[in-house]
Ligand binder design. Structure first.
Ligand code: HEM
Ligand SMILES: *[C@@H]1O[C@H](CO)[C@@H](O)[C@H](O)[C@H]1NC(C)=O
Ligand SMILES: *[C@@H]1O[C@H](CO)[C@@H](O)[C@H](O)[C@H]1NC(C)=O
Ligand SMILES: *[C@@H]1O[C@H](CO)[C@@H](O)[C@H](O)[C@H]1NC(C)=O
Ligand SMILES: *[C@@H]1O[C@H](CO)[C@@H](O)[C@H](O)[C@H]1NC(C)=O
Length: 345
């Protein structure tokens, strides 16, 4: 395990460095002196949360992705609506953007981790770095091996941008060409796209999305379409219930066979033309190198797990704030008061 970890570490370091070229980079030892407790604290909180609710592993993995794709991995996703001293809105939360509203979750877990870290090592660990390590520990908690190294040193944004979230987060109805472009916009390639989409081997999707986008999807097989329509998300399941400020949606599993296990079944499903979301099935149905990646990952668990680790590290490197930029937020939900900006660590 130790040897494998070191080997993986050297490999990803080379890969990350070769892909970035020159600039000061995130490092695995960033908190070695200032907060060595980061590993035990985050792992403990994540394990507790996943034990309480298996889905939380998926929700935490998704948060890092939705943070990184919007102006880089800077914790901007975690910021709530923020007002000026006179009460006027400074910026609107990315949580209300199209891809996030009534969907992203897990913020209480991040709050608990942040609180524990502020106790152990005040004003030291950024919220953006918490998302990176919580995402890793969440995937590991449900089956990803080996535990890949996490790179640190990101700082937190002072603001959020809901317009950018609407622009940069991919949609379930995107074509392969659109997905490819969406990933290329943040420096990720087709291999990253296919590997990272494998996160859909865990977690849930709203029946509203299945009925609106998956039932008309001509790439899935017709028996599976009928199964979705009549059994998994029957007519009516698209309608939320509950009060307007707290809607409850009918959900189903992204991987119907092993919904809470990180495994290769996502790719096996795609090869049976049983992808849950059109953006999933198109990775298999579009002619190209993507099909070879799907086949590789379906039949080679080690290859998928290693590429998922590498692609997650590449994603975690999307334009981080470093050095004197941004701040170390004290509360992940809001920027620090302007008179107490935390200086460079
Ligand atoms: C390739 C483009 C992608 C699209 C279009 C997409 C779209 C979606 C959609 C529509 C859902 C269901 C949301 C809901 O019904 O509320 C979802 C869930 C999820 N996505 Fe993606 N996704 C993509 C890539 C990714 C990537 C790269 C990751 C992480 C590496 C990821 C991780 C997840 C997880 C774990 C869930 C389940 C979350 C939960 O149960 O709380 N997705 N995604
Ligand atoms: C954030 O502010 C916007 C604009 O005022 C509002 O429409 C939205 O409901 C608020 N979101 C939350 C979660 O309070
Ligand atoms: C927010 O993002 C949009 C879309 O990317 C961009 O046009 C706009 O300038 C950004 N706003 C701020 C305040 O940076
Ligand atoms: C779903 O099933 C209903 C009957 O329950 C049928 O009328 C409808 O055409 C089906 N939709 C699709 C997309 O197969
Ligand atoms: C929202 O609704 C759910 C399910 O009905 C309930 O468990 C939860 O307490 C509600 N939350 C709020 C903030 O009202």
């Amino acid at each position: 395990m130790g040897g494998l970890m070191v080997g993986l570490c050297v490999m990803v370091t080379l890969l990350v460095m070769s892909s970035i070229g020159g600039e000061a980079a995130l490092t695995t030892n960033f908190y070695d002196d200032s907060c060595p407790q980061i590993y035990s604290i985050v792992k403990g909180e994540v394990q507790k949360a996943v034990a309480k609710e298996a889905r939380m592993a998926a929700s935490l993995v998704r948060l890092h992705f939705h943070d990184c794709f919007v102006n880089g991995c800077d914790g901007s996703l975690l910021l709530d609506n923020t007002t000026d001293s006179d009460g006027s809105l400074l910026f609107e939360t990315e949580k209300d953007s199209l891809a996030n509203i009534n969907s992203v979750r897990g913020f209480e877990v991040i709050d608990a981790i942040k609180a524990a870290l502020e106790d152990a090592c005040p004003q030291t660990v950024s919220c953006a770095d918490i998302l990176a390590v919580a995402s890793r520990d969440a995937a590991v908690a449900v089956g990803l091996v080996p535990k890949y190294p996490v790179f640190f040193g990101r700082r937190d944004s002072l603001t959020a941008n809901i317009t950018a979230a609407d622009q940069f987060l991919p949609a379930p109805f995107f074509t392969y060409a659109e997905l490819k472009q969406n990933f290329a916009n943040v420096g990720l390639n087709e291999l990253d796209l296919v590997a990272l989409s494998g996160a859909h081997t865990i977690g849930r999707v709203k029946c509203a999305i299945i009925r609106k986008f998956s039932l008309p999807d001509t790439d899935i097989n017709s028996g599976f379409r009928d199964f979705l329509n009549t059994t998994i998300c029957p007519p009516g399941s698209e309608n939320p219930t509950g009060p307007i400020n707290n809607l409850t949606f009918v959900l189903t599993d992204l991987d119907l066979g092993t919904p809470d296990t990180f495994d290769t079944n996502y790719y096996k499903n795609l090869r049976k033309d049983e992808g849950m979301i059109p953006s999933d099935q198109t990775l298999q149905s579009t002619l190209g190198i993507n099909q070879a990646f799907v086949a590789d990952f379906a039949f080679n668990k080690r290859k998928f797990f290693l590429q998922f680790a590498i692609s997650t590290i590449r994603m975690g490197n999307i334009s981080p704030l470093e050095g004197d930029d941004g701040e170390i937020r004290l509360n992940c939900r809001k920027p620090n008061p302007t008179d107490s900006r935390i200086a460079t660590q």
